[in-house]
Design a protein around this ligand. Structure first.
Ligand code: OOG
Ligand code: MG
Length: 263
């Protein structure tokens, strides 16, 4: 794919992100042959531009790591993107619907590593040895595609629908914690809307971090120490409406994360 094609696709997707409007799939309007590898080149250029303009990466995110998400979005494979600093929402604070198109919330398990590592060949055990902190998270996704209707290359080029994230308080993992068995409930206005456990995420959320490291290795990048890493929605995502209070609550001492939705 030539440079001009990449630039055109980035300009098209960025405009939708910045001005918050919905677009048709770029695999329909622009590039029917767009491959996954080419879509990551588009994503990479989009990220390069945002960094050049002064935004910063908060951390990487995995997507489509649970069956619930794969089914909901009719997807086939895990993908990755990035949460920018400008997207971070402090715990317990409000977002404004006007800043989004059709936002949804999903509960996620977050990792912070003690040291950088680079794939290929990273395993779940490598990840567990490297864990510094875990944290409860709410990811706010907001696909720029109409009705969240996209193929994998479309959603990769749209930075995997990234639009916001609440990173809850970091906790040190302890020997009592079992990340496959850990349970999460997402409540909206006090009512349980989704429930799942850590094993929903690729059998164990550390597999998601390993997969991320191994995917990033293909472009020579490492997973970095200290960055919050999102391992992917444990449950299906839930659409947000004005006045919602979202509570994502884990057991085993991982804690909770909270979000309010204003007009
Ligand atoms: C794409 C983003 C997927 C996850 O956790 O599975 C994702 C989408 O569902 O719009 O972030
Ligand atoms: Mg997510």
């Amino acid at each position: 794919m030539d440079r001009q094609t990449i630039q055109n696709l980035v300009a098209h997707v960025r405009a939708a992100q910045d001005q918050r409007y919905q677009i048709d799939k770029i695999t329909v309007t622009h590039c029917p042959t767009l491959s996954t590898a080419q879509a990551y080149l588009v994503q990479q250029e989009l990220i390069r531009q945002r960094l050049a303009e002064g935004d910063a990466i908060a951390g990487p995110k995995m997507g489509f790591t649970s069956l619930a998400k794969l089914k909901q979005m009719n997807a086939t494979d895990p993908i990755y993107g990035y949460v920018f600093q400008s997207m971070v929402v402090p715990d317990n604070s409000a977002i404004h619907l006007k800043d989004y198109i059709h936002p949804k919330a999903e509960p996620e398990i977050g990792f912070v590593l003690k040291y950088d590592f680079q794939g290929p060949g990273i395993t779940k055990e490598d990840v567990m040895r490297a864990v510094d902190f875990l944290f409860p998270a709410i990811e706010i996704i907001d696909s720029r595609y109409k009705n969240y209707n996209f193929t994998l290359p479309d959603v990769i080029a749209d930075n995997t629908s990234a639009a916001g994230a609440v990173f809850g308080t970091r906790v040190k993992p302890n020997t009592e914690m079992d990340l496959a068995a850990i349970e999460v409930t997402m409540q909206i206005n006090g009512e349980a809307v989704a429930h799942g456990n850590g094993a929903a995420v690729l059998d164990h959320p550390a597999h998601s971090v390993a997969r991320l490291a191994n995917m990033l290795a293909e472009k020579g990048e490492a997973v970095k120490a200290g960055q919050p890493i999102l391992t992917g929605g444990v449950t299906a995502a839930v659409a947000l409406s004005k006045g919602d209070k979202v509570d994502v609550m884990f057991n085993q001492g991982l804690g909770s994360a909270h979000l309010l939705v204003d007009a």
